[in-house]
Design a protein around this ligand. Structure first.
Ligand code: AVI
Length: 301
């Protein structure tokens, strides 16, 4: 944390959002009227899961990345034709155990092989596994939007390797649209995104013994049209100091800490990015307003 705060401009990495409180706040964000992302992805899945399943074919092995409670994966699994196995990968052991228990009840015939791991780091798939026609990675939620383009390509390249010959990737991606719609989604009227953002400082206070005064900071999210991304900031309302461990930081009034990028892609732009990582575009499912896209790529290893 202190490394990013020493940089210019100052940053705090967005992966620190998700402690227990942060994860709860994120779930609240997903239900906000302004946050169209989750709702729209679910709507696409509900309408198109039969078509998506038919495209993926029978006897596939489904590898779910950061699928959380599994609401989206469940919609897909309901339609898949005799899936060989489901491998959910989640960093939270508790989340993984809970969702695995629920999935075992709902799909008693299905081999479910949970993997407790940080999918951002290299991990191994368990062996032996039931024979399958092909491996399909499922990465919903537009989390890929939180990667800068070069990092997104690098990460997708790893996924292409993981999927292997004949494998594929189903990925949820937030699309470019009227910036007003995007900015509203990240500056919600109930202030939940602000709490989510400020939780970074609260977490530093709780876990690192820092002494940020939360009321001296405000949340802001702006859409950078040149880069096609939301930029989330914490802005210092006064000239102030904060201590983290033995280091003291001075913040001038109006000074910003960058906490997150959330990239919005065009279908063409995202297809190019995935292509650079070794994927071949197969299909795109969207909602009528083209707010969100569920892409299907095959791996071209
Ligand atoms: C997890 N990720 C896709 C969210 C997003 O929209 O970029 C995180 C988020 N940040 C603020 N609101 C939601």
């Amino acid at each position: 944390m202190t490394a990013g705060l020493s940089k210019s401009p100052r940053t705090l990495p967005c992966k620190f959002f998700y402690d227990e409180r942060g994860a709860r706040l994120f779930q609240k964000i997903c239900q906000l009227p302004e946050y169209y992302i989750t709702r729209t992805e679910l709507q696409i899945l509900r309408l198109r899961s039969a078509e998506i399943a038919a495209t993926l074919g029978s006897s596939i092995e489904l590898i779910g990345l950061g699928t959380g409670a599994g609401t989206k994966t469940r919609i897909l699994l309901e339609e898949l034709n005799k899936p060989a196995a489901y491998l959910p990968i989640d960093i939270s052991k508790e989340q993984l155990e809970n969702s695995t228990a629920r999935f075992r009840e709902r799909f008693p015939e299905l081999a479910i092989l949970p993997i407790c791991a940080d999918y951002l780091e290299p991990f191994e798939l368990p062996l032996p596994r039931p024979p399958s026609a092909r491996s399909i990675i499922y990465f919903p939620g537009s989390t890929i939007g939180n990667f800068e383009p070069a990092a997104a390509t690098g990460f997708l390249r790893r996924l292409a390797e993981l999927a292997g010959d004949d494998g594929g990737l189903v990925i949820g991606v937030d699309l470019r649209k009227d910036p007003k719609i995007i900015e509203r989604a990240y500056n919600d009227s109930a202030g939940v995104t602000a709490q989510f953002n400020l939780n970074l400082l609260a977490r530093a206070n709780r876990e690192l013994g820092a002494d940020f005064t939360l009321k001296n900071w405000r949340h802001d999210a702006v859409y950078n049209a040149n880069e096609g991304r939301i930029e989330m900031y914490l802005i210092s309302l006064v000239q102030q100091f904060a201590q983290i461990r033995e280091r003291a930081f001075s913040f001038s009034r109006g000074e910003k800490i960058l906490t997150e990028y959330s990239y919005k892609h065009t279908p063409e732009g995202f297809t190019r990015l995935a292509h650079d990582a070794g994927f071949v575009f197969e299909k795109l499912w969207t909602d009528d307003a083209r707010l969100f896209g569920v892409f299907y790529f095959s791996a071209a290893n």
